[in-house]
Design a protein around this ligand. Structure first.
Ligand SMILES: [Cu+2]
Length: 282
């Protein structure tokens, strides 16, 4: 049993991305660096469980096929076998896949329900998809004068000028505190969209007339800027609906709220600068 476990873990390590990066990078293998425990568990499940299992299956099936091609080739079998069935083999090829599926389904369901079962959250944000931009609002903070954020994509020139990635950067990011359980309400004003931030392990459909909910909690010390994209085909500008999330410390978030949803110019550039550095260095 111990040998088996270490074999599986060993095989899993083979598939760990060698270079974890915070910003999406062309040609990157593996997931982006997780910054929530949800995403950490998704990456762990993939790297130490799914990948080793599917690798073993692929190798086993390839070996069996090669064996059959050689062993039962025409030349070696001038008189073909007339075997039509073998009860033992049939029982094995039914039961083994069932066991493999059970081994995959159990942890997978656990993860799904962990994302679905909201813990006691500390604040709420509402994400509304529109054609073709995002609107972020803070139902808890309306009295503090925090207004909805209309988040439009930056065009190529603007993105380059701001040193941000084109098709991921927005003119106004969603601002959230780290170390805080945030409830996310997701809906749409017109057609289907999906709010997705890979490093948070968040992907939720935005459906008109329905409010979906999910949650995330970014680790303390992982303040920075994170990116996502609309992840449900929503029309001609689907490719141009980036999601930019600026995660700040609780103290900075409180300042932001006290300022009615804005950083002073000085703070804004400082925070952004350090955030990008943190993200780029990971
Ligand atoms: Cu879309």
């Amino acid at each position: 049993m111990r040998l088996k476990t270490s074999l599986i873990t060993g095989a899993g390590l083979l598939f760990m991305p060698a270079l974890a990066t915070a910003l999406p990078v062309d040609g990157n293998m593996g997931f982006q660096d997780p910054v929530t425990s949800t995403m950490e568990q998704i990456v762990g499940f993939h790297n130490t469980w799914i990948m080793p299992i599917i690798t073993i299956i692929v190798l086993l099936v390839m070996a069996l096929m090669l064996f059959i091609m050689v062993r039962f080739r025409e030349k070696a079998n001038p008189v073909p076998s007339k075997t039509s069935h073998n009860t033992l083999i049939e029982i094995i090829w039914t039961i083994v896949p069932v066991l493999v599926l059970l081994a995959l389904v159990t942890p997978s369901m656990k993860l799904l329900y962990m994302q679905d079962d909201l813990p006691e959250t500390e604040m709420t944000i509402k994400v509304t998809g529109d054609t073709w931009y995002w609107e972020y609002s803070y139902p808890d903070l309306e009295e503090s004068g925090v207004e909805s954020i209309i988040s439009n994509p930056l065009n190529k020139e603007q993105a380059i000028a701001a040193g941000k990635p084109f098709l991921l950067a927005a003119d106004a990011p969603l601002v959230v505190p780290s170390d805080t359980k945030v409830k996310v309400l997701v809906t749409s004003r017109n057609n289907l969209h999906a709010f997705a931030v890979p490093q948070f392990g968040v992907k939720m459909d935005a459906i008109p007339g329905i409010i979906n909910e999910t949650w995330f909690e970014v680790f303390e010390g992982k303040e920075g800027t994170y990116f996502g994209q609309c992840s449900e085909l929503c029309g001609v500008n689907h490719y141009y609906m980036p999601i930019e999330v600026k995660v700040v410390s609780k103290a900075d978030f409180n300042t932001w709220v006290a300022n009615g949803g804005s950083f002073t110019q000085q703070e804004a550039s400082n925070n952004y600068g350090s955030g990008m550095t943190t993200a780029a260095q990971e």
